[in-house]
Design a binder for this molecule. Sequence first.
Ligand SMILES: Nc1ncnc2c1ncn2[C@@H]1O[C@H](COP(=O)(O)OP(=O)(O)OP(=O)(O)O)[C@@H](O)[C@H]1O
Ligand SMILES: [Mg+2]
Length: 241
Amino acid sequence: MIHLQEEERQRIASELHDSLGQQLTLIQICATSCVNDVANPKNLVEQLYEITATASAASKEVRKIAHNLRPFELDRLGVTRSIELVVDKFATSSSIDITADLDLIDKLLPPDAETGLYRIVQEGLNNLVKHSKATEASVTITHTSRGLEVVIEDNGVGMDLSTIQAAGAGFGLSGIAERVRLIGGKLGINSSPGKGTRLVVRVDGIGKRETWPGDAGVVAGFSNPNHQLSDRNPVPYIRVQ
Ligand SMILES: Nc1ncnc2c1ncn2[C@@H]1O[C@H](COP(=O)(O)OP(=O)(O)OP(=O)(O)O)[C@@H](O)[C@H]1O
Ligand SMILES: [Mg+2]
């Protein structure tokens, strides 16, 4: 797989070139036409309409590209609240009861890593809504003395990880793995058919509290052993990375 950062650069470069570049060229052509045919009011009006519409589309495009680079809400609301809003959005747009239990982690990680974490939660929830057929799910962020732990879990159909790995996972899971690597974290995926899925991202070394809540429940992976969904769906823990 092409390195994620390189892939993103390519995508943004092609958005800049294909979309914004063409819109600016169109504005330039229309403006030139106005200058060359300034005595023709009909043409002037037509071209100015075209310029207005294209400039407005171009400005939307700039917002979209900037948002892809770093979602605005991360700076405006902080990463914790932004993740909470993502959860709310997926919960509202699906029939799955998704809860969020998030420790405040604003500005604990560098901006790039915050974006990475935000994207991981987005794709985790995307997969959950697309594949899991779950009725309940949760997103938990725990901040302890050892670091951060993000858990996304559902009580859905689960998956056979060996089949998925053998088949070559889609871009979503490998993207998550790559982002976790870039953050300097560890990824665990805990799933088997019919038993739900739990995705755990752990980043050590930015800690605060005394202990990890999950330290007592090693079999259950990093997660809080008292978590409701884990209790309902005890599944063997598989470390992916
Ligand atoms: N929460 C989940 N519940 C059940 N199956 C899942 C879940 N998350 C992922 N999967 C399975 O893992 C596969 C790989 O996921 P991945 O995100 O890599 O690809 P995708 O979602 O199929 O496509 P893409 O993300 O590239 O659009 C999915 O096709 C699905 O079968
Ligand atoms: Mg996916």
